[in-house]
Design a protein around this ligand. Sequence first.
Ligand SMILES: *Cc1c(COP(=O)(O)O)cnc(C)c1O
Length: 399
Amino acid sequence: MRKPSKAKRPFGDATLANHVGEKRTGVGVPVGVPIARTSNFTFESTETMKLLAEGKTSAYIYTRNGNPTLDVAEKKIAALERAEAAVVAASGSAAISGALLSVLRAGDEVIATRQIYGGSYRLLRDFLPKFAVTVRFVEADLAGIERLVTPRTKVLYVETPTNPALRLVDLRKAAAFAKEWGLVSMVDNTFASPVLQKPLELGFDLVLHSGSKYLSGHSDVIAGAAAGGAELIRHVKHTIVELGGTMDPEAAFLLIRGMKTLEVRVERQCETAMKVASFLERHPKVARVHYPGLPSHPDHALAKRQMGRFGAMMAFEFKGSPKAGLAAARRFCDRVQLFLLAASLGGTESLVVLPIYTSHVNMSPEELRGAGVQPSTVRVSVGLEDPEDLIADLRQALA
Ligand SMILES: *Cc1c(COP(=O)(O)O)cnc(C)c1O
């Protein structure tokens, strides 16, 4: 019930077409995307109401079910991911839960990589078992995955690169395994963004995003999306709508605006990140830098094949005992001036954060080891500032 009837499009045909990559026609068409700041839409007549009730026509009715500004965002994301269709959601978490709940039912099993976003990990570890879904975790290299699969396994869920150790999952290998066993394959593509990898082209069924990060790119909105085949997306959209996770039209506007500059932002951020990573790797106080672009990274060869460029996320550790390392990491984070001490990632401002106090708080020593997190691990999101200024800030904070 999403497609508007031609006569009743709130902004007229040309306006919407203008924003989804179709031929630009018309006079006086807004260049910016109009925000359909409304909860509901008028019916033409009781006859339209009747036809809608009988499923014989479709139109915008109520924004939780459909809204033209959201449609523009969805078409742009589908184009970026080379997907048949996409759906946006109120947050990345709403897109991820909507995707999982749309295909899973009691008794089903999930295989998921262990190093995933904290919220996704808790959803899989604590939430799905309440609905009699069994979840088994595998390491990012997928070692021993064939021993975890059973006739009841329904979903393979992965995230690459991982947070904060920046390990990679081989997407071709994961997709081939899912095909062999008839699993629905899902990948959280937030860290790479569709600029660096397009998992659907490598055989994945569904791509998930926190649009709060690179897609919107300005740290000013919470947003989510899923992209994939039309039939699967129809189910995911239905689940998101029924559970109430619809995106707000204002958020859709910010997401659309951000995506207009996605490629140039990510390209510059990758370039700067390479300079920052090389500087950190040579610094005498730094024990190790985790950045897929460095030849020292264990997944460097896979990153070259799979991502083209290496992203703008990295992590590093300080030398010394766990206690001394943590003290050094805290001193560093308290001293940076251009880098901001803040959670999240993917925006125009460069950020640093300590995973043990944020994304990986309340994890057991084993879980921390599994995630590659040490007390002195600092995660870095590289923004759009001048690379020389960023390196000067790192140099003074490390001194
Ligand atoms: C932030 C993030 C999420 C969650 O997205 P929200 O928009 O905060 O709900 C999921 N996955 C990854 C990799 C993230 O970084």
